[in-house]
Design a binder for this molecule. Structure first.
Ligand SMILES: [Zn+2]
Length: 393
């Protein structure tokens, strides 16, 4: 926006909103200076943003001897977005404000194997209850962000490949939500949206690798400040990379010794149960580690080493500043990260590891829904979308 030349098209209301939201311009005078628009043209556009609740006007402190200048601010409560984060064993729904902060949330305690029609139907009902309990109006909903644990064609919202979830492959998901809420829907992979949320929580980091280790294993990559989805939306599918010294366990993908069959939360449940431990869920594995069970600690550390082996190649390739680890197994962070560090430091170049941070994600259990909110907010708060909405009223 800065450096706008006199020959370029006049700034739209959506572009002015972006200036206010990013803190580039806060008064009508500053907006005029940034855009080259006349006072009347600025006023007309600002009035539309005020009418749509996207900005508010607050009186600033009076300059000495002068009138107080009215400042425009982004109105984070000028609407809501719905966030639905589908997981293999349970899902989360939330109502968020226009910064992505969670206003109300709930857990759907059912496996995604019930299929997209039933699960998203129940998610819609859960969203309705959250709106009611928060005394929030349907009309304020500006969009819905949805994540699924598989590859997604994010341009049109089709789930492409969800190997662990029969019934979810090649389903057009947005219509299952827009039937009830007629707003824009954005769909992406579960780890991709976690990467978006962690990126927002680490504004100083432009290159980060988000790793989710739960029932499966996956990664999301933010490079140069942008989420990288890859050519077919499958970037970060590290779970099906084989490790070098595995015992020969077959994977559903047809390969042998994939990271996911050896080092996921599900694999640890299987291995600890085989050793006679009372382990049925990932939470049981985390509990055993916290009790100091030597086998649980050892197996989680080995899983971390295998994860680190695969991550080492990624770290060499993309040179992230931060590897953020999330997912249900993050509760066993200490032995897990000890294994990850051991493998990464042994296998990656010093140039990429000397300042590398490997940390648990900052948002713990909330990165899924917050990421879904950020995903759809990036869309519905873009200048083009705002101009589209304002032109209809
Ligand atoms: Zn595999």
């Amino acid at each position: 926006m800065r450096g706008r030349t006199p020959t370029s098209a006049p700034a739209t209301a959506g572009e002015i909103f972006r200036l206010v939201r990013d803190g580039v311009a806060g008064t009508r005078t500053e907006i005029g200076r940034e855009t080259g628009l006349s006072r009347t043209a600025v006023a007309a556009r600002v009035d539309r943003l005020l009418a749509d609740n996207l900005v508010t006007e607050v009186l600033g402190a009076a300059a000495t001897g002068g009138r107080p200048a009215a400042r425009l601010e982004f109105n984070s409560s000028g609407g809501t977005v719905l966030a639905i984060s589908v997981g293999v064993s349970r899902s989360k729904v939330a109502v968020c404000d226009l910064t992505g902060a969670v206003l109300a949330e709930d857990v759907l305690d059912q496996p995604a194997s019930v299929g997209p029609y039933r699960l998203l139907g129940d998610a819609v009902t859960a969203c309705e209850k959250l709106l009611l309990s928060g005394d929030l109006d349907d009309t304020g909903i500006r969009g819905i962000g949805l994540s699924v644990p598989g590859s997604v064609d994010s341009a049109n919202g089709w789930s492409v490949g969800v190997p662990s979830l029969p019934g979810w492959e090649r389903v057009e998901l947005p219509p299952l939500l827009t039937e009830r809420f007629a707003v824009p829907v954005r769909v992406d992979n579960d780890v991709n949206v976690m990467a978006l949320a962690e990126h927002a929580a680490h504004p100083d980091v432009d290159d980060l690798l988000m790793v989710k280790i739960g029932s499966g294993v996956g990664a999301g990559l933010v490079s140069g400040g942008d989420l990288q989805r890859g050519a077919w939306g499958a970037a970060g599918e590290i779970g099906h990379t084989p490790v070098h010294d595995g015992p020969g366990v077959g994977c559903g993908c047809g390969n042998v010794d994939c990271l996911e069959v050896l080092a996921s939360g599900a694999a640890l449940v299987r291995d600890l149960a085989a050793q006679g431990r009372d382990a049925h869920t990932i939470a049981d594995v985390v509990a055993l580690v916290k009790q100091g069970d030597p086998d649980a600690v050892r197996l989680v550390r080995i899983a971390g080493r295998r994860l680190g082996e695969v991550l080492a190649a990624a770290v060499n390739l993309v040179n992230p500043a931060l590897v953020a680890i999330g997912g249900d197994l993050v509760g066993a962070f200490d032995p897990l990260v000890a294994g990850v560090r051991e493998a990464i430091y042994r296998r990656s170049m010093a140039a990429v590891t000397q300042n590398l941070r490997i940390e648990p994600g900052l948002l713990s259990g909330r990165s899924g829904v917050m990421g879904c909110a950020i995903l759809v907010l990036d869309e519905v708060l873009s200048p083009t979308s705002i101009d589209g909405v304002l032109s209809r009223v």
